[in-house]
Design a protein around this ligand. Structure first.
Ligand SMILES: C[S@@+](CC[C@H](N)C(=O)[O-])C[C@H]1O[C@@H](n2cnc3c(N)ncnc32)[C@H](O)[C@@H]1O
Length: 210
């Protein structure tokens, strides 16, 4: 048994919420890339343990990662889901309704980077699952918008293993490398890369930027 099997077995000790199970099936059937369930669990642990009340998600797809945070964070007041596809967010809305958490969600069909740029309050947590090329812009905006204690979580630190292949110079791979290097370099952030799923990069703002 490898580590992933061991963790997945632990995950199966609690019955999966039926709506999440259905979304996982849709992800598989359509080949739509949703967050790895172990990453979604960790993301929800981070959201709940930080008592995040206001969450912005950039790149929500049909709402799988956002629904995890809405179901398992008792402190949540509002989660803003963003996606470039109206169809994705309409599907997300239906899943939120069926899971009984629609009243906590807002669905915005727009570039989530622009939504972040225009936010007139500091979210407690930003979950970034957008186009990789946008990661560094999101990092800069997050540093500006988050209060001290605010958290930025981003998926695909390994970009399906491509990041570890030094000969791979694809722009999206280079973008993740640059984002990760910056996340670890800035003195106003404390950053950790957690090798779960495709790798989660978690940064907490620990002081105002210079
Ligand atoms: C990997 S999928 C998201 C999966 C989702 N976070 C989940 O785990 O259920 C990426 C999604 O981000 C959307 N996207 C990419 N860049 C975006 C941006 N800048 N703003 C909003 N949505 C974006 C795409 O349309 C796509 O649906």
């Amino acid at each position: 048994m490898d580590v992933i099997d061991y963790l997945s077995n632990l995950e199966s000790l609690q019955e999966k919420h039926p709506v999440l199970g259905e979304m996982e099936k849709i992800g598989r059937d359509r080949g739509f890339p949703i967050l790895h369930p172990l990453s979604a669990r960790l993301l929800s642990v981070i959201a709940a343990s930080s008592k995040s009340r206001y969450i912005l998600e950039i790149g929500s797809g049909f709402g799988y990662s956002a629904l995890w945070m809405a179901l398992y964070n008792p402190f949540l007041e509002r989660i803003i889901l963003t996606d470039l596809s109206r169809e994705n967010l309409e599907l997300a809305r239906r899943f939120f309704e069926r899971a009984g958490v629609l009243h906590k969600a807002e669905f915005v069909v727009e570039d989530g980077v622009e939504v972040l740029n225009q936010l007139d309050f500091a979210p407690d947590l930003i979950f970034n699952d957008a186009h990789k090329i946008q990661y560094s812009s999101i990092l800069e905006l997050a540093r500006e918008k988050l209060d001290v204690g605010g958290i930025l979580v981003s998926d695909n630190a390994f970009w399906l293993g491509r990041v570890l292949d030094e000969s791979n110079r694809d722009p999206s791979v280079e973008a993740i490398r640059e984002f990760t290097r910056l996340s670890f370099s800035y003195k106003d952030l404390l950053t950790s890369l957690i090798p779960v799923g495709d790798g989660l990069i978690v940064s907490v703002k620990i002081k105002e930027g210079e």
